[in-house]
Write a protein that binds this ligand. Structure first.
Ligand SMILES: [Zn+2]
Ligand SMILES: [Zn+2]
Length: 134
């Protein structure tokens, strides 16, 4: 599936070919902190199918428990997390932050991981009182 996207201010833009079956939610603590939210939603692309079309993102290097490094790319102007990649074998894959994808309404997560660190309420919000707008 062909997608494109940009950060909130538009400084960073990209396009990619993704597999819509590889959209996932991550409840890990790193994702909670780096999104400033309850969990992260990511669409996977092969590195060769991802292309930055505008701007230069800033890189935050995160070192995992296993010592592997992952590169978190975000907009230096508005701070929107845009995508991630890694090193070694992990460099072949780009994880695109779904909130920046223009076609995000069509992307439905197919799995969720790190549920053991999920915020207790985050696995079931369907029962909350709901409004169409603020
Ligand atoms: Zn921006
Ligand atoms: Zn995570």
């Amino acid at each position: 599936m062909r997608i494109d996207g940009q950060c909130h201010c538009g400084h960073i833009a990209y396009e990619a070919e993704i597999d819509p079956d590889r959209v996932s939610i991550c409840h890990c603590r790193d994702c909670q902190q780096m999104t400033g939210s309850a969990y992260r939603v990511t669409a996977a692309a092969k590195a060769e199918d991802f292309r930055l079309t505008r701007g230069t993102p800033t890189v935050y290097v995160k070192t995992g428990d296993s010592g592997g490094r992952s590169f978190q790319l975000f907009c230096p102007k508005c701070g929107s997390p845009c995508y991630r990649t890694g090193e070694g074998e992990d460099a072949d894959e780009v994880g695109i932050r779904v909130g920046t994808i223009n076609q995000r309404r069509d992307l439905v997560p197919k799995r969720q991981i790190w549920c053991r660190s999920a915020l207790p309420w985050a696995l079931d919000i369907a029962g909350l009182p709901s409004r169409d707008e603020e």
